[in-house]
Design a protein around this ligand. Structure first.
Ligand code: A3P
Length: 272
């Protein structure tokens, strides 16, 4: 629930910019924007409008904590502030830096089927490149090199959830990291949001009438404060069909990583 007030006016009395109480750390293409916008329905939540990239980009981290705090939304003392930067999850330095700011911060991690995430990641890059008039490649050409799975492809690297979570668990106990099931959030957002409310010790305020399914978009959209809105058109794009042999190669490579991840987080997901 962002505090309105036009940009030219001074902040509403009694509000201030405060360090986040919770951070959505990723994963890229996991549904991070949907989670942030849906959490923002809550009257006791204020969210940062843009991705901040403070803990993962050295040039921003060098600007210091005050620079970071300035990018937070105005909030009332009874509210919690949340920022999301999907790049944190796969950043080598973000866990240690976030821990140095606040070792008891509550972390939110939204994950979806990691092979689906690879395709979503490819799709985003594909459209960015088209927009910038750069050449594009078929997904199979990126996934496979000389007949073998190209495990160095960045989109695959980002889907190795076990590798990245280890880095977080070195600095935070598992209880401080709540994993949101991104596939479940697409199918039915409310139960996942209710779990987040409990994790953040928020009173239950998000209700089923806050969501409605938009047939044209093919996704749930948000109804809040008398307004209805769907996420930007870049969210929920159709994915290319991937050659089934290549897809099988990708899935079997990720299987072992997924198993390790389930063990580390003491929980399983129905990923293919
Ligand atoms: P696709 O565009 O590949 O379908 P992020 O915000 O982290 O970039 O994640 C984008 C993904 O959020 C989308 O990936 C989409 O599947 C997912 N998503 C989840 N809930 C959504 C919603 N209600 N509307 C649009 N996209 C949603």
């Amino acid at each position: 629930a962002n505090i309105s007030g036009d940009v030219s006016s001074s902040p509403p009395p009694g509000t201030s910019k405060r360090a986040p109480h919770s951070i959505i750390i990723g994963v890229r293409k996991g549904g991070t924007r949907a989670l942030l916008e849906m959490l923002d329905i809550h009257p006791e939540v204020a969210v940062a409008a843009t991705e901040v990239h403070f803990f993962d980009w050295d040039e921003n981290y060098a600007k210091g904590f005050e620079w970071y705090r300035e990018l937070m939304p105005y909030s009332y003392p009874h509210q919690i502030t949340v920022e999301k930067t999907p790049g944190y999850f796969t950043s080598a330095l973000a866990p240690e830096r976030i821990c140095a700011m606040n070792s008891s911060i509550k972390l939110l991690l939204i994950l979806r089927d990691p092979s689906e995430r690879v395709i979503s990641d490819y799709t985003q890059v594909y459209f960015n490149r088209l927009e910038n008039r750069k050449p594009v490649q078929a997904i199979e050409n990126l996934l496979v090199r000389n007949g073998a799975l190209n495990v160095r492809y960045k989109a695959i690297q980002r889907s190795l959830y076990d590798v990245h979570i280890r880095n977080w668990l070195r600095h935070f106990p598992l209880e401080q990291i709540h994993i949101v099931d991104g596939d479940a959030l697409i199918r039915d957002p409310l139960p996942e949001l209710q779990k987040v409310e409990r994790f953040l010790n928020l009173p239950p305020r998000i209700v089923s009438s806050n969501f409605y399914f938009n047939q044209t978009k093919g996704f749930y959209c948000i109804r809040s404060d008398g307004r209805e809105r769907c996420l930007h058109e870049s969210k929920g794009r159709p994915h290319p069909a991937v050659n089934s042999t290549v897809l099988q190669q990708l899935r079997s490579y990720l299987k072992e990583h997924n198993r390790t991840f389930f063990r580390l987080v003491k929980r399983t997901f129905d990923w293919q």
